[in-house]
Design a protein around this ligand. Structure first.
Ligand code: SF4
Length: 415
């Protein structure tokens, strides 16, 4: 089947960014690669991937192409779901014979509710959907496709058996040739990564069980399933040649450092390719491993600290000790590894004191960028935190704001 993989145009104020359909709105224009869609696109011959938000494509431009396809697969999310349904309707207005459905965490956790939302949705592919979509595109009878929920000829919603989780990750073809064919990599910008960058996954799943986290609980699972070192290195070697302008590769696995010996093995092979790379990590990587990674091209770690308060970390089942995170941070600084740390305010048990503890946790400076637009957002009117302004923050605060001296004595944090 002629298959369109589509990250649909988003609505005002929602860029639909990170990793395909992130669940939150952000204040800056930055985009992760649509890797989750590129993966089945790599499996389906002659498919097309359209990532509308970073390429600033409007719905009318995409609907115009609807006749060119027999099948449309859209990555959806809770905030964009209603808008994504409208996209399917627009495609079907142009091409009524089109079969169209959704993938993504939103439909994985609520396939029945998602299908009931509109008769325009023909199917949803639950959980790990790569081969579910391939079988649809290959024309297999829908009643035989594991992991598929669909509306049958009588309009009845049917849920097929679960699809077995993918164990041999090397069965997944490279995604970077799809990037090369269908995407303009200049349109992918992340503030803390070198530009242009490319991100790929070398494995799926995360061993941790952080209560707030969307990913392992839905599509990825809690076992870190990985591609072989050779498979990863072959793709990076290919991409390095195909994209000579790329300044950095990013490994977007939930926690690339969940398997330390493998991370070290990949690093040593990457060193032979002479590439700069960065990855997601948990704040518990030992010094010896950090050194191996750094010595072999690692530039930056993206680290979910979440909180500087131990009880809050317990409350969210982070599986992390504050003293371990502190030592990890010190080790990274000593080795010259840049850290982009992420924190969450308002976790269960949060108080003004625990927020202050988190703010003081960062040893040098903490630049706060809020994901939320509300009068309670955290702002700082002076020093480096002033950069919040460039992210679109308003500096006006309610008169009842609590003022707290920042430990660095360079600014005032208002909560
Ligand atoms: S370590 Fe990161 S990816 Fe893993 S469950 Fe926690 S927040 Fe999610």
């Amino acid at each position: 089947m002629r298959t369109l993989f589509l990250q649909a145009p988003s609505f005002e104020g929602f860029d639909g960014g990170a990793g395909s359909r992130y669940q939150a709105r952000r204040e800056i224009r930055s985009f992760w690669y649509p890797t989750w869609l590129a993966q089945p696109a790599a499996l389906v011959e002659n498919s097309t991937l359209i990532d509308a938000p970073p390429h600033r494509l409007k719905l009318a431009q995409i609907a115009d192409q609807a006749r060119d396809f027999d099948l449309a697969v859209l990555h959806t999310s809770a905030p964009s779901f209603a808008s994504d349904v409208e996209t399917i309707k627009a495609l079907k207005t142009v091409n009524p014979a089109l079969k169209a459905g959704f993938v993504g965490a939103k439909v994985a956790v609520d396939p029945a509710g998602s299908l009931k939302a509109s008769p325009a949705i023909d199917f949803v592919a639950r959980n790990e959907f790569d081969f579910t979509i391939k079988e649809i595109a290959d024309g297999r009878s829908w009643s035989e496709i594991a992991g598929l929920s669909y509306r049958n000829a009588d309009g009845v919603i049917v849920h097929n058996e679960e699809r077995a989780i993918l164990e041999n990750m090397d069965l997944l073809p490279f995604v970077t040739p799809v990037y090369k064919r269908d995407l303009d990599i200049k349109n992918y910008f992340i503030g803390y990564l070198k530009h242009p960058y490319i991100s790929v996954y070398t494995g799926r799943g995360c061993k941790s069980r952080c209560t707030f986290c969307l990913w392992p609980q839905t599509v990825g699972g809690h076992r870190y399933r990985t591609r072989s070192v050779e498979h990863v290195i072959a793709e990076i070697a290919w991409a390095k040649k195909a994209f000579p302008e790329v300044k950095e590769f990013f490994f977007d696995d939930d926690t690339f450092t969940d398997n330390l010996p493998r991370a070290e093995a990949i690093a040593k092979e990457l060193s032979k390719l002479g590439v700069t790379w960065s990855c997601n990590a948990k704040a518990n990587v030992p010094y010896a491993t950090l050194k191996v990674l750094r010595d072999n091209g690692l530039r930056l770690l993206l680290v979910g600290y979440e909180s500087g308060n131990q009880q809050i970390l317990h409350n969210i089942k982070k599986g992390m000790r504050v003293d371990v995170a502190r030592k990890f941070t010190k080790d990274c600084h000593a080795l010259g590894i840049t850290i982009h740390g992420t924190f969450i305010m308002g976790l269960p048990g949060e108080t003004k004191e625990t927020i202050e503890e988190t703010i003081h946790f960062a040893p040098r400076s903490i630049r706060i960028r809020s994901r939320f637009r509300s009068p309670r957002r955290i702002l700082a009117p002076s020093c480096s935190i002033r950069r919040c302004r460039t992210a679109g923050s308003t500096m006006r605060m309610p008169s009842s704001s609590t003022k707290t001296a920042c430990k660095s004595r360079r600014c005032t944090i208002r909560i």
